[in-house]
Ligand binder design. Structure first.
Ligand SMILES: [Zn+2]
Length: 300
């Protein structure tokens, strides 16, 4: 964020705080702020626009603005009202009176907003703002009351499970995925050779073998690439070093009963088991098929 953007944002948030304090316990839906008012003379017009574009303020006429439900709850947080004991007491009082309305019921309670205000014994404007912004859900993460079928400011619906903690059904799955991702990242860090550097096939075997001068590490990948094997390295099937069929040396042998075909690559080590058939041509053709199978590219 550039400096000017930062300044613009902090100016806008200062305005939000000022509007929130001015609102007091008034309802957000019919408390308007006139940007041409002398008290806002110092405020830049861009701050008003900024709050509108963030959905915290709504423009009613050329110079009149009103806070949105989000603007109100954001104001609560920005001015740190939420950490005061007066606020805790109010929200507790509202939650208790709403909870009392559904005690022992099997269904949600639908009641006029005026009754909700009366039972809660709290300023009507504040109760309106609290319900409009789903304050209980936002602050405590619990099932909250809301306007009944869009009857904003007139009828309130209190769900049967009001006050229960809202369960995040997918939290476990997300946590599990995160753990898995971290494990993979850690593995990839630990094993820089974790994947074939040509086709990204994963490492399938990692081991070592002893020879007369010590031991050698061997790594085998799902694409068939092998590094460090006793009989020599095998390239990835997508590597230009992977031999073409024409590059293989084929030898054939007749044992009096069958024709046998043996394949051998000069440039590298690839293993193709012997083939046999009634005729020499068939044995070679069989070897060709075996090669095509072996030369297939690895797919994830
Ligand atoms: Zn590969």
């Amino acid at each position: 964020m550039s400096l000017s953007e930062e300044v613009r944002r902090s100016d806008a948030l200062a305005l939000l705080g000022q509007l929130f304090v001015t609102l007091g316990d008034g309802p957000i839906d019919c408390t308007f702020f006139d940007c041409s008012d002398a008290v806002y003379a110092e405020v830049k017009i861009t701050s008003w626009d900024e709050l509108c574009s963030e959905g915290l303020l709504i423009k009613k006429t050329d110079s009149f603005y009103a806070l949105t439900a989000n603007g109100w709850s954001e104001g609560l947080i920005r001015t740190d009202v939420v950490s005061t004991s007066a606020f805790s007491q109010r929200i507790g009082q509202l939650a208790k009176s709403l909870k009392d309305q559904i005690k022992g019921r099997q269904k949600s309670a639908i009641m006029p907003f005026d009754d909700v205000v009366r039972f809660a014994s709290l300023p009507a404007g504040w109760v309106f703002n609290a319900i409009d912004s789903h304050l209980i859900s936002r602050v405590h993460g619990k099932r909250d009351a809301s306007w009944f079928e869009g009857a904003r400011g007139r009828v309130v619906e209190i769900p049967r499970d009001f006050g229960l903690i809202e369960v995040d059904l997918f939290a476990d799955v997300r946590a599990e995925n995160l753990k898995l991702m971290e494990t993979v990242e850690r593995m990839e860090e630990l094993y820089t050779d974790y994947r074939c550097d040509i086709c990204s096939a994963p490492l399938t075997t990692r081991g070592s073998w002893e020879h007369e001068y010590g031991s050698e590490e061997i790594m085998e990948y799902a694409c068939g690439m092998t590094i460090g094997a006793p009989y020599g390295d095998t390239p990835c099937t997508q590597s230009p070093n992977f031999p073409k069929f024409e590059d293989l040396v084929l030898t054939t042998k007749y044992d009096g009963n069958m024709w046998w075909c043996f394949a051998h690559a000069k440039s590298c080590s690839i293993y193709l088991s012997n083939t046999s058939a009634k005729t020499e041509e068939e044995a070679k053709a069989e070897m060709h098929n075996r090669y095509l199978e072996r030369a297939k590219h690895w797919k994830r």
